[in-house]
Every structure is written in C-alpha cells, then in structure tokens.
Design a protein around this ligand. Structure first.
Ligand SMILES: NC(=O)c1ccc[n+]([C@@H]2O[C@H](COP(=O)([O-])OP(=O)(O)OC[C@H]3O[C@@H](n4cnc5c(N)ncnc54)[C@H](O)[C@@H]3O)[C@@H](O)[C@H]2O)c1
Length: 250
C-alpha cells in the first residue's frame, strides 16, 4: 500500500474533475480517478501514471449506494484511508419551469444531492473508522445553488442542497477532525460547452462576470488543493466561489 496521501475525485473522467485529479497528482498525492464512464476514468489515470504520478481508476455511479460503498472499499485497498474525498460528479438537464419533467427533476437531484450525500457519508465513515485522525471532504456547488438560475430549477435545488449538506456535515464532523467545504466554480468544461459556443447565451452570461471570461479548469483546481491543504486548516463549512466575481456582482 502507498504511503502517499490518498485523494478520491468523483466525476474525474473529464472537465473540472479531471483537472482536479491532475492537480493533486502533480503535487504528489495518490489519486483515485472515479467516474461513471469507466473508460474516461481509466484514460485520465493512465495519463497521470505516464507523467510519473500515482493514480488508479475506479468506476462508480455516485447515485448508487452499493457502488459508492464499493468505491470506498476500493480506495482503502488501493491507497489506504482517504485523506481527501471530492464529490464532483454532476449533470445538467435544463428546461424552463413549465417544461421541466419530473424525471429530469429527479435525475438531477439523484446525481447531485443523493450522490453528494452518499459520498459525504462514505467518506466520513471511512475516515472515522480508519483512525487517520481527520480528513477533508470537498463538494461542488454552483452560483445556481446560491442565487438560482432561470431554466435550471432542478440543478439549482440540487446545488442548494449541496450547500446545506456541506454546512451540516461541517458542523457534525468537526469533532472528528474532518473539514467539509464547497467550491462554486465557473469553468470552461464540456458541461458549459453550449453556454460558451452559443453567442447570445455566452454574451449574456459573460456580461454578468466582472472578469469577463470563463475560468480554466486549472484555475478552479487550485481552490481544491488549497482547501485540502494545511493552509486551510481553520476553514470549514464554507462555499468558495471561484467564478470571476459572478456571485459577488449579482
Ligand atoms: N463548469 C462549470 O462552469 C460549473 C459551474 C458550477 C458547477 N459546476 C459543477 O462542477 C462539477 C464538474 O462539472 P464539469 O463542468 O466538469 O462537468 P462535465 O460534464 O465536464 O464533467 C462531469 C463528469 O461527471 C461524470 N458523471 C456524471 N454523472 C455521474 C454519476 N452519476 N456518477 C459518477 N460520475 C458522473 C461525467 O461522466 C463527467 O465525467 C459538477 O458538479 C458541476 O455541476 C460546474
């Protein structure tokens, strides 16, 4: 078993999760690259190993209770008790309120709210039982969860739930030395492809961002490495917006 610090990242097959996995690997941590798309996770893990880093891929649907328990067991057997667990996996199913189906509402809540709950619970259990004396859990929310978004009532509800769960878990787990925080990003990833390429949508969105551009996944990843480092040892229950000023300006 490795004596490196072990870091789990869900939804790490592409986009932000991929950049976050790469950032932790680059600083010398052992990374579990997890995604519901097994091939994507394997590709990212293989690229990290090719660069001399330590990574394994473990497929997992974060909304599947048994699969998340299996992921935690896999992490422990590969790299020991996780020091950092990042609940990043996500999807969107946008539609205006009058057209939003119950299926799309449930699906988005299932991946984000249920998925983050299962991730927090499994991480906390594993960190506590492992006796490693603490840990860090990081969740991913959005300005949608802080202030609502037109055409995304499902995603806004799910991201709001993640903020509430971050605060509840931070209060409950502090006594075990486990810090819990959330990041609210804006980043150029496959998830925001339409928002970036549709000229009308893009102009309207960028007009709300004081810095006037999307963040790079690498710029967002630094928030995660900071929140998982001793530099943030007195930070818990917080939402860190890395969004070019979007939330502050609205
Ligand atoms: N990109 C942004 O501007 C932005 C803004 C706010 C919040 N976020 C959040 O950041 C996180 C990452 O988003 P992204 O932009 O990289 O998106 P993305 O679509 O590029 O990547 C999401 C990843 O999650 C995986 N995934 C989806 N459902 C899953 C499931 N059930 N189990 C496991 N993996 C699953 C996908 O396969 C994919 O690899 C998400 O939680 C998203 O809501 C992103």
């Amino acid at each position: 078993m490795s004596d490196l610090r072990s870091v789990v990242v869900t939804g790490a097959g592409q986009g932000l999760g991929r950049a976050v996995a790469e950032a932790f690997a680059a600083q010398g941590d052992a990374v579990v690259v997890s995604d519901v798309v097994a091939d994507a996770a394997e590709t990212v893990a293989a690229e990290i190993r090719d660069r001399g880093g330590s990574a394994v891929a473990l497929a997992c649907d974060v909304a599947d209770e048994a699969a998340v328990a299996e992921l935690a067991a896999g992490v422990v057997s590969e790299y020991g008790v996780p020091a950092v667990w990042i609940n990043n996996a996500g999807i969107t199913r946008p539609a205006m309120l009058h057209k939003m189906t119950v299926d799309d509402f449930d699906l988005v809540l299932r991946v984000h709210a249920r998925g983050t709950f299962l991730g927090i619970r499994e991480a906390a259990r594993t960190m506590r039982e492992g006796g490693a004396g603490g840990g860090v859990i990081l969740n991913v929310t959005s300005s949608a969860g802080l202030q609502g978004t037109i055409g995304q009532i499902n995603y806004s509800a799910a991201k709001g739930a993640i903020i509430a769960m971050t605060k509840s878990a931070a209060k409950e787990l502090a006594r075990h030395g486990i810090r819990v925080n959330a990041v609210a990003p804006v980043a150029a990833t496959p998830m925001t492809a339409r928002l970036r390429t549709d000229e009308k949508l893009s102009t309207k969105f960028l007009d709300q961002i004081p810095l006037g551009r999307f963040g790079t996944p690498e710029e967002i990843a630094t928030a995660f490495t900071y929140l998982a480092s001793p530099s943030s040892s007195y930070v818990t229950g917080q939402v860190l917006s890395i969004d070019g000023g979007l939330y502050m300006a609205s």
